[in-house]
Structures are given as C-alpha cells and as structure tokens.
Design a protein around this ligand. Structure first.
Ligand SMILES: Cc1cc2nc3c(=O)[nH]c(=O)nc-3n(C[C@H](O)[C@H](O)[C@H](O)COP(=O)(O)OP(=O)(O)OC[C@H]3O[C@@H](n4cnc5c(N)ncnc54)[C@H](O)[C@@H]3O)c2cc1C
Length: 422
C-alpha cells in the first residue's frame, strides 16, 4: 500500500492526514509537540474561530488577489460548510456569530481538537507525537526518508533518532509565529535546501511596537471605532477602522492587527508613523461645527468634558495638552486653538513604528512561493511527491476564521492528491 508521511499536526496536517487515510493509503502523521493542534487550541482566544460563514467568493475576497487565485480550487474542494459538517459529525455544536465568524457553541477549542483527533483515529492514521523531523531526503527510486527523534527538550542527547520511509511527503510545519506552539519554520529550511523559493517571512495580525512606548498607566486603554492610519513619507500606506488598544510596548487590537502585515512589509523602506482619526464619522467642517456648537452651549465648562466624547479620559487630557488648551474653558479658547484641537482629534499621533514582532503575530505572512506549488493538487512544481499546505505557504488572511479555513482546505487537497497521484 502507498505510504504517506505528513509532517506537522496543525490544522493543515490533521486534515491532510485524515483525507489521505480515508482515500485508502497508509498514513503516518508526525508531530513534534506532545499533542496535536496546539495553534487550534489557542486560536480565537481559546474559543477557536474555525471558519467564516458565507459563500466562497466572499471568503476569497478577504485575501490578497494572488492568494485568492491560489486558494480558489481548494476552497471549492473543501468548503467552510464541509469543515463545519466534519466537526459537527463528532458532536461538536457550532454557532455563527452576527459578524459571520464560526465558533464552537461551547466557546472552547478543546472540543474541536478532540473531534479532529477522533477523526484521525477513525481513519486509521498512525499518529506519532513528540516526533520531531530533523531531516528529509528524497532519493531516486527509493522515495522519501525522514530522520525523526523526540524534541531536544525531551531527549537532549538526540540518540533515539529513527528513520521513516515513504512514497510521498506532505509538509505542513506552519510558519514562525508563536514558536511555543511548535511552528519554528523548520519546513522552510528543508525546502530552501531543496531549491524552493521562500518569500521572506513577516509578521501578520500582530501587535505593533512603538519607538516611544505609551505613557505609564496607558496599557489597556482602548480607542474605540477610530480609523487607524499608517503613513510613510507622508503617504498613507494602510488604514483600518476598529478598536485599538495601548500596550506596554505599543499598540494592539483589531485595527492594529489589520494593518500590521503592510506595516511589517513596508518598514524596510523607511520610518512609519501611526495616527488615529478619533472622529471618523465627521469631516473637518462637521467637527468644527460640532465643536463650536458645544462651546456656545458650554462657555464656562472645561473642554475636557467635550473631548471625552472622542477619547478615554487620559488620552483626552493628552489631546488638550497637544492643542494647548489644557484646563481652559470653552470661552477662553481662540480660533487657532479650536482648529488645532480639531486637527489633533482627526489625526491623533500614536507614534513611530519600532517593530512588528513576528513571534506575536497570529499568522506568518511569507513562506513558500505560490508560483512553485500547483493549487489544484498542492504538489510542489519542483519536486514530485512533495505536497505543501497550510501556513507554510505564502498566504495570510485577515482575522475571522480565514486562516484556519485556508489550512483546512489546502490540507484536504494535499491529502487527497498525495493519496491518489501515481
Ligand atoms: C494566537 C493565535 C490565534 C489565532 N486565531 C485564529 C482564529 O481564531 N481563526 C483562524 O482562522 N486562525 C487563527 N489563527 C491562525 C491559525 O491558527 C493558523 O493559521 C493555522 O493554525 C495554521 O495551521 P497549519 O497547520 O498550517 O500550521 P500550524 O498550526 O503552525 O501547525 C504546524 C505544526 O507542525 C509541527 N511541526 C513543526 N516543525 C515540525 C517538525 N520538524 N517535526 C514535526 N512536527 C513539526 C508544529 O509543532 C505544529 O503542530 C491564530 C493563530 C494564533 C497564533
């Protein structure tokens, strides 16, 4: 019987192994951690946003154009409805939130990984955990050979290494973010040695660290529903509307995660400034009208009562300081000061980007060049018998269940193709 080895038991590897075994081949799934699906367990804050509701074109529309083109065949082969049915078939109830994100009804990822583990067992997959692959070779006529040993943390001597042979290999070792989950970029090292082009890995869906950290006591303060903008040489390079949060090192939250990939990619070309429009529903003229109206109504009140409509108290204080009107009443404010206040509210300076930390990204952008993988089979275009799926590929979707869906769908196609290809 054809023998397939799947390296990495994340979302992609689990579905690839399950599908290949269901297609009737002998499958071994090697995972270096002590259990499968570490990243699934921490996804969605432990609640596991497994996919997104909606039709396939809508889902694909959330990825960059080249990524969507690549994902189209696999998203149709194994849809968001398919992964839902599969998980539900194991008794895990799912729910669709108002924004279209799909979660387990229990709000716990544990049921999802338990369901996936049970599917692997039903399909007859041989699962080996604490099995870290250190080398992969292919020799003509003999197929693939992998050196496998317990991770160094379990066996520092490295003496208990063994060799496993197979006819085909599915590599799904993930990206580089959250390395504690087991994703440490191992696959890219082997693939680069085999001649594959690896697009430089960068953080995506990550917090942003600032050159000057937020003032003491600001960590945890949120700016709600503002428009966060990133500028480089006074050109806007990214923007996102949503909540953001000050942290000890910089900023985080949905709007920050959303622009982090572009910021990480563009940082090499020069300094990047972040600012937030705290009144995105009012243009300058409208805000001027509102501000003048408030001042007319409350000439004897401190403007801090007005600015808290746009920002939490501590940020409001900073806004007043930057507008030169700290402690002033409405009636004491000059036209210049009022105009300055409006400018500060519309373009509140958050700071200069220092760094977008890869290890804290929910996804790694970059990875195996999509041009070198057949999107209909997930087989390498350079090396026959080698299949690639999941985050190891140069794909990074937005928040919302898209990344797990990409891993599930590409894993499914890789598993099926590896099983049926001659
Ligand atoms: C904090 C966080 C929250 C997230 N939340 C969501 C969410 O809610 N929804 C969503 O869609 N996406 C979310 N994501 C992203 C999503 O989890 C990943 O995109 C997806 O899990 C990637 O799956 P994968 O199988 O390609 O890679 P991984 O899950 O990274 O799996 C790779 C596996 O390979 C194993 N491995 C690596 N090297 C070796 C080796 N040498 N030998 C053997 N095994 C090896 C690793 O241990 C790991 O188990 C989140 C990610 C993070 C970090």
């Amino acid at each position: 019987m054809k023998r397939i080895v799947v390296v990495g038991a994340g979302a992609a590897g689990i579905i690839a192994a399950w599908k290949a075994a269901r297609a009737g081949v002998n499958v071994t799934l090697l995972e270096k951690k002590e259990r499968i699906g570490f990243k699934i367990l921490i996804s969605g804050g432990g609640k596991c946003n497994i996919t997104h509701d909606g039709d396939i074109p809508k889902l694909l529309g959330c990825f960059r154009r080249n990524e969507a083109d690549f994902l189209r065949p696999s998203f149709h082969a194994f849809t968001n409805a398919d992964i839902r049915h599969l998980i539900e078939s194991k008794g895990v109830e799912l729910t669709v939130r108002e924004d279209g994100r799909v979660f387990p009804l229990s709000s716990s990822a544990k049921g999802v990984t338990a369901a996936l583990e049970s599917l692997l067992a039903d399909a007859g997959v041989e699962l080996r955990t604490l099995a870290a692959v250190s080398e992969i070779h292919r020799s003509e006529g003999e197929g693939w050979m992998m050196s496998v040993s317990p991770p160094k943390s379990v066996d520092p001597s490295g003496n208990s290494s063994l060799r496993i042979h197979s006819d085909a290999v599915i590599l799904c070792t993930g990206g580089l973010s959250y390395p504690g989950t087991g994703s440490t970029g191992d696959g890219w090292k082997w693939l680069a040695e085999m001649g594959h082009a690896i697009v430089k890995p960068r953080a995506a869906l990550a917090p942003i660290f600032l050159d000057v950290v937020p003032p003491n006591g600001w960590a945890g303060i949120a700016l709600r529903n503002s428009v966060l903008k990133a500028r480089q040489s006074s050109k806007e390079i990214a923007k996102s509307r949503g909540d953001m949060l000050f942290t000890h090192r910089g900023v985080s939250g949905p709007a920050v995660l959303d622009i982090s990939r572009v910021v990480a990619e563009m940082r090499q070309f020069g300094p990047i400034e972040l600012c937030a429009d705290l009144a995105p529903d009012s243009g300058y003229e409208k805000l001027k009208e509102l501000t003048m109206g408030w001042i007319r109504q409350h000439p004897k009140r401190s403007l801090s009562y007005y600015v808290v409509n746009y920002a939490p108290a501590r940020v409001a204080e900073d806004i007043l300081g930057k507008s030169d009107i700290a402690g002033k009443y409405g009636a004491q404010v000059t036209r210049e000061q009022r105009n300055r206040l409006i400018e500060v509210i519309k373009g509140y300076r958050i700071g200069s980007v220092q760094h977008v930390p890869m290890e804290k990204g929910e996804v790694t952008a970059g990875g195996v060049d999509l041009g070198e993988v057949n999107p209909r089979t997930m087989e390498s275009r350079l090396i026959p018998g080698l299949y690639l799926c999941g985050e190891i590929l140069d794909i990074a979707g937005p928040v919302g269940g898209y990344n797990l869906q990409a891993a599930f769908s590409t894993g499914y196609v890789a598993g099926l193709s590896a099983a049926i290809d001659d």
